[in-house]
Design a protein around this ligand. Structure first.
Ligand code: FAD
Length: 473
């Protein structure tokens, strides 16, 4: 895409001619590239060894892990590539939370959103929240807990000593830096740290995907949300608007889109009420994008953002209740549903859902069912969302699924934990991500304090610590 207009060689030439400093690189000493490969010169990096626990990625799971580890007494560092905390909650403009009615940090976040009047609906498990309020709340929580967090910082490499993960490298405005700690937690969603550290992993339905589609969410301002009530799902204090439930609003909205001459790439285009005349639009599906393919993700981002604007302009042309419709923001990060699932000491499977598996080291109980968005446009036309063809019973996530199998000193939390495609399509929602992060955070803190590895700490110790902290009672 952009590569055709961006001349790398010309950029470097002009940067060097203009005296720009490329941190850590002595350009004159760099060897010439050899065919398809370039030998990157080794560098001496500034190393910080001042943390007990390092958390990589600040989505719902990473925030929960970092806050909990810090509250449990660990010196905690958190790295996030975007300019805000929250992952898909904020950079992804999600605005809707599932499976949140659990003891612990989920209840605290719910209460603190209520104190800010930043939550629509009083349902304890599924509700709309305001993403900008969420950003500020998460910053407050991290600051208060004493988490040292760095935004605009990408975790780019990981290094083991034997089987033990010891050091990571980040890239940021400060250049490349190295960080050491006894325990690391991968909360990148994509399992990026686990992959860099050499863990085995799975993705999508089989080895080469197909993955669930990506979606670009957007905030929009409408002239009068009350006049649009029949098209807005999850409205007011009731879960579902309209006598026929959620689909009624979606179907009514789809009819409006047809009237405007538009068929969206997502078969269930949905409007969420955020606050007053602010709504969230979930309109698009980007199919067949691999979560590690930066070029394909860039193209999907551009395409989906253009679709959002196309829909907005077509609706606005209808006039009436759609008059004055404006996009207030599109997501900084296209929403990624599927990423690497890093191999753990236990792998959750479809069978766990069928049986309603109980685990002695259960860190969370999942009540959300299977939600598989179509992996192709053709499938979207026949079955936009499937539920895995099973009757799910609430099941447990064991601590073992949060501990890497192939690399010591590494835990995972959130959507990159160890599970198969079907179970991932259920446990990945944000209530479970928070509960997993909380569990990983407390176990990591206990392991670091006692110089043990995470698998040497019993979950009963973690649960007792959370109770003593007053976090899970
Ligand atoms: C379109 C869409 C709709 C969804 N709908 C819902 C819903 O209605 N309700 C619900 O509860 N869940 C929903 N989900 C699922 C849910 O949002 C995710 O599964 C959840 O965000 C998982 O949380 P996480 O913390 O594991 O990952 P993420 O939220 O993806 O957070 C990962 C974080 O790590 C950062 N990161 C990644 N790589 C690096 C790196 N190398 N260095 C530094 N930082 C890095 C990312 O920037 C991000 O902030 C939806 C997901 C999508 C995509």
């Amino acid at each position: 895409m952009a590569s055709s207009r961006f001349n790398r060689r010309a950029f470097f030439k002009s940067a060097i001619a203009g005296g720009a400093v490329l941190p850590g690189i002595d350009a004159a000493a760099a060897p010439a590239s050899d065919g398809a490969f370039f030998d990157e010169p080794a560098q001496k990096l500034a190393l910080k060894d001042d943390a007990d626990v390092i958390v990589c990625g600040a989505g719902p799971a990473g925030i929960a892990a970092a806050v909990t580890a810090a509250r449990a007494g660990a010196r905690t560092r958190l790295f996030e590539v975007h300019g805000c905390l929250g992952g898909v909650w904020t950079a992804g403009l999600l605005t809707y939370i599932f499976d949140f009615d659990k003891p612990g940090l989920t209840r605290e976040i719910t209460r603190r959103l209520d104190e800010r009047d930043a939550r629509r609906s009083k349902h304890p498990s599924r509700f709309v929240y305001e993403p900008e309020e969420m950003k500020v709340l998460l910053e407050e929580m991290c600051v208060d807990a004493g988490v040292k967090f760095q935004l605009h910082t990408r975790v780019s490499a990981a290094f083991r000593e034997g089987s033990r993960l010891r050091t990571i490298v980040t890239d940021s405005k400060s250049g490349r830096q190295a960080w050491r700690a006894p325990i690391f937690i991968d909360t990148t969603g994509d399992g990026y740290l686990g992959a860099q550290a050499g863990c085995g992993w799975e993705v999508g339905q089989d080895k080469d995907c197909p993955c669930q589609p990506m979606t670009m969410n957007a905030l929009a301002v409408v002239k009068d949300a009350k006049a649009l009530a029949e098209f807005i799902s999850f409205n007011g204090t009731d879960e579902f608007k309209g006598p026929g439930g959620h689909l009624t609003c979606v179907e009514a909205f789809k009819a409006e889109l047809r009237r405007a001459g538009i068929e969206t790439s997502y078969g269930h285009p949905t409007i969420f009420p955020v606050r007053d005349d602010l709504v969230m639009l979930m309109l698009n599906h980007e199919y067949g994008i691999k979560p590690w393919d930066a070029e394909a993700i860039s193209e999907a981002t551009v395409r989906s953002r253009a679709e959002v604007f196309r829909v907005m302009r077509a609706l606005r042309k209808l006039g009436g209740v759609w008059e004055g419709l404006q996009i207030a923001a599109t997501a900084e990060q296209i929403g990624v549903r599927d990423g690497r699932r890093v191999h753990g000491r236990y792998t959750m499977t479809r069978q766990d859902l069928v049986e309603g598996a109980r685990q002695k080291d259960a860190v969370a109980r999942v009540t959300f069912g299977v939600d598989i968005h179509a992996h192709s446009r053709e499938k979207n036309d026949t079955e936009t969302i499937s539920h895995g063809d099973l009757k799910m019973k609430p099941y447990d996530i064991p601590l073992r699924a949060l501990i890497a199998k192939d690399v010591d000193g590494l835990m995972m939390a959130g959507r990159c934990i160890s599970g198969d495609f079907i179970s991932h399509a259920s446990y990945r929602v944000t209530g479970n991500s928070v509960a997993m992060g909380e569990a990983a955070g407390v176990i990591a803190a206990l392991a670091a304090a006692s110089k043990r590895l995470p698998h040497e700490v019993e979950w009963s110790e973690g649960a007792a610590k959370l109770a003593a902290m007053g976090q899970r009672v």
